[in-house]
Unconditional design. Sequence first.
Length: 319
Amino acid sequence: MLFRSIIFTSRQSSGLFSQLLGALSGSRQYKKTSFLLDSLGKEVLPKTINIYEDPLQVKTIGARAFDQDGVLKRKQFFIESGRVSSYIMGQYSANQLGLESTANAGGVSNCCVDANFDGGLVELTKGMGRGLIVTDLMGHGINITTGNYSRGASGFWVENGEIQYPVSGITIAGNLKSMMRNIISVGSDVDIRSNLKVGSTLISEMTISGEGELKEFDVIVIGGGMVGLAFAIEFSQKKNCSIAIVEPNTSDPSINKKFHTRVSAITPSSEAYLKSLNIWNDIKRKQVFVATKVWDQNSHGRLNFYAKDDNMEHLGYII
């Protein structure tokens, strides 16, 4: 078990702050099932952070003029200078609390978390020194009533401000109330595709544990497709060492020249090639697939492929 700094990428930060907004919802306040119960006017975040919704902003995801009760929406702050300035309420929950509706029946609309750091994931990583970048989360180990937080995670271990190797099979844990207060920086690398717009977030300390805790690799193979896969397997057998296969990530400019874990698809011809090298049986984790879909992100066109259409047992394997 370790206590280390953690960076949530912008996509994961959106999920993190959604837990905070959920705790401020009127329904959880009147039901008394929130770790931020009776928090109006209290400090829950660093003073440099504001959270607000701007529902009337044009050409943005999440914008709308009315909530589900038909109440006209407006720009408003939920947290100002780290202090709770308003709960998030529709008409019913507002009535239960004896307050006025904030026009949030159905949730928030185009909610924004102000950045307090001029930079994104790369700059936060350099400033962190040592810790974990969380790129994926698994499980639902969150108790919104107590604030207890425990989830499976994978990502990258950082030393001296540089990514060293991928990690997986670990658990990160803490309490949401202390996690929010321990936020050091919220970056400016906002994911505009989300209704909750927030950048990568650096938290000073969380618990890291698990079987996959900070595993180091003897060799890291950068990309290479099937050649890289074949090399990695053969090298690991002959040298009896641990190997990670990663590839450059060019789809996200905020982490350009960094890496993420690789998942390989093996076609029947590649299967035959690996068998010819006598290393097919050394691949322990293989998942067969009999159908696949290919789509274009821009035009949304899609092609479907099915093994049965070509009298094949399968299309390939995922490893």
